[in-house]
Design a protein around this ligand. Structure first.
Ligand code: NAP
Length: 533
């Protein structure tokens, strides 16, 4: 393709929920847009994460688009929390329903993108082509760059090994197998109970114990669906203005102000409801160490109640971070799984995995033999998916070099020095702290309106101003510092990737506050952006 291919106004990278809606939005506004997707189908996260037990922990009725009332009314979810296959079916339905596939190239990796100052266009390089467009929009997700630790001997294992985020399309048969699971984050916590029901033996290698709340998943009754669908417009509007894009019962008084018996009764009730909103019960839980410790202690008590072997229970009790400051996990039978005879837990905090071996792995001088190793070792979150593409802005500035000390963005949507580049749910936006679909819809609609504004006013170039970016970055850091989040060695902080700068990457000021701020910036003629003809 020639370098000044005039076919596209915008190139979108990724055909997950962000990329699909971005394509539809731009198409509806009369822009010519095209999507490049490395998978063979739509779905993003839900295309790749096929590990046993994979399920979203945002409720089905809200983990779906709200832009089309017909779509949200007609689609029928079967459970409170949607399983990966069901979400993937939904994504495919959306692609078919809005005829999106004709503008998506699958099986296509975007390797690099460079801004051509003279032409005012982005040149995007895939494995075998170069394409240009005025605008480049990344819809690459926040948790799509898998992270496999660089253990010595990693390639020598003779059995099967899989990362949860690159799980095979064919079913993995664990029957009669000895399975090692490395990691105890959200993915592992979902997978372990399911694998344990099939495998001969499961050994879990835990570096950091995690707080997990029961999902209390259940089939959705027709009445429940009807009730929500009848009131969708109001419920969605309300969710958009909350802290996390999730409707939750939030108490106004602090945990530290209530008598112990009342506190326990309330958390018992929340435990029975289940889900991520457990830590949203009291406003001080994620701000005041004393309040946090009350909730943390409650969960530790539950772990000790559930797990029969006291030594295993103690090992499963987290002590090194405030509850909620590493992404809270949601499970079905996770802790109880350690009561099974075929499941054991190995502490690798003090004696780490020293090598992967042809037969399994080694911890200190102990050798473990496995048929299958599951790496549930997480992601180079938020910046990883962008930095793995060689993105070069004005004057050849490389995004990964600009971000060497941590990401710098304006609103998580744009970065100075990178004109006409927009990052859906980028670092510096609420993204991973929210219902991703709520944040995706807000970003996509904002970017769509912005491009329309540029076209209608004869502008060809939009670039975040350096001072606006600096002020936003200071604000992102300041609001994070008011919380307990920076106290954890979490992926939010970049702490799980050796050498990655430690900065709290998402914006914790709240989805509603953020939305309003973005709206005001647009209403004021896109304050903080240099718009030029
Ligand atoms: P994760 O939360 O980052 O967990 C990775 C696990 O691997 C941690 O236990 C980590 O230990 C361990 N690990 C990493 N490197 C290691 C090493 N070198 N040696 C030993 N252990 C190592 O990743 P994840 O479980 O895939 O989840 C990532 C995020 O995806 C979640 O936080 C959530 O936002 C999302 N997610 C959501 C759902 C859901 O909706 N239910 C399900 C899955 C994932 P440390 O803690 O010590 O680093």
């Amino acid at each position: 393709m020639n370098e000044h291919d005039p076919r596209y106004d915008a190139i979108i990278i990724g055909a997950g929920f962000a990329g699909m809606y971005m394509l539809k939005t731009l198409r509806d506004k009369g822009f010519r847009a095209h999507v490049y997707e490395r998978g063979t189908d739509v779905g993003g996260t839900w295309y790749w994460n096929r590990y046993p037990g994979a399920r979203c922990d945002i409720e089905s009725l809200y983990y779906c688009y709200s832009f089309s009332d017909e779509l949200q009314q007609e689609w029928r979810w079967t459970e409170r929390y949607p399983s990966q296959p069901e979400i993937l079916r939904y994504a495919r339905h959306v692609a078919d329903r809005f005829d999106l596939r004709r503008d998506i190239s699958f099986d296509t990796n975007v390797r690099a993108a460079a801004f051509d100052e003279r032409a005012g266009r982005w040149t995007v390089r895939t494995d075998d082509a170069e394409i240009t467009a005025r605008f480049l929009i990344t819809a690459v997700g926040c948790l799509s760059a898998t992270q496999t630790p660089d253990f010595p001997g990693i390639g020598t294992f003779r059995g099967e090994s899989y990362h949860t985020g690159r799980w095979p399309h064919e079913e993995v048969d664990f029957t009669g197998k000895r399975v090692g699971v490395i990691g105890t984050g959200s993915s592992a916590i979902q997978a372990i109970p399911v694998i344990a029901r099939q495998a001969a033996q499961v050994t879990v290698f835990q570096r950091t114990a995690q707080f997990s709340i029961p999902a209390q998943n259940h089939p959705l009754s027709p009445e429940e669906q009807r009730r929500v669908k009848a009131d969708y417009a109001r419920l969605r509007a309300e969710a958009r203005m909350t802290q996390s894009g999730i409707l939750a019962e939030r108490l106004q008084h602090n945990a530290t102000e209530v008598p112990a018996a009342e506190f326990k009764a309330e958390l018992d009730r929340r435990w029975a409801i289940g889900g991520t909103t457990f830590t949203a019960t009291y406003p001080d839980t994620l701000r005041d160490p004393a309040a946090n410790e009350l909730s943390a202690n409650y969960v530790r008590g539950k772990i000790r109640e559930i797990v029969d072997d006291p030594a295993t229970a103690e090992l499963l009790c987290p002590h090194d971070h405030p509850i909620g400051t590493k992404r809270i996990c949601v499970d079905t039978d996770y802790y109880a799984t350690y009561n099974r005879d075929n499941v054991s837990l190995v502490d690798i905090r003090h004696t780490p995995i020293s090598a992967i071996t042809p037969g399994g792995l080694r911890v200190g001088d102990r050798d473990f033999e496995f048929d299958i190793i599951a790496f549930a070792t997480g992601y180079d979150a938020m910046t990883g998916p962008l930095n793995r593409i060689d993105i070069r802005g004005a004057g050849g500035l490389r995004l990964r070099e600009k971000w060497a000390d941590g990401p710098r963005t304006y609103l998580g949507l744009a970065s100075s020095g990178f004109p006409n580049l927009f990052t859906i749910t980028g670092p510096g936006s609420p993204s991973v702290l929210s219902n991703m679909i709520v944040s995706i819809e807000q970003h996509v609609e904002w970017i769509g309106a912005h491009l329309e504004h540029l076209r209608d006013n004869g502008f060809t170039r939009s670039e975040a101003a350096a001072d606006a970016e600096r002020t936003w970055g200071e604000h992102v850091n300041a609001v994070a510092a008011e919380t307990l989040y920076p106290r954890a060695a979490s992926w939010y902080m970049g702490a799980n990737v050796p050498g990655k700068p430690r900065i709290f990457m998402p914006y914790i000021g709240g989805v509603g506050t953020y939305r309003e701020h973005c709206r005001e910036i647009a209403a004021g003629g896109y304050r903080g952006f240099h718009l030029t003809v």
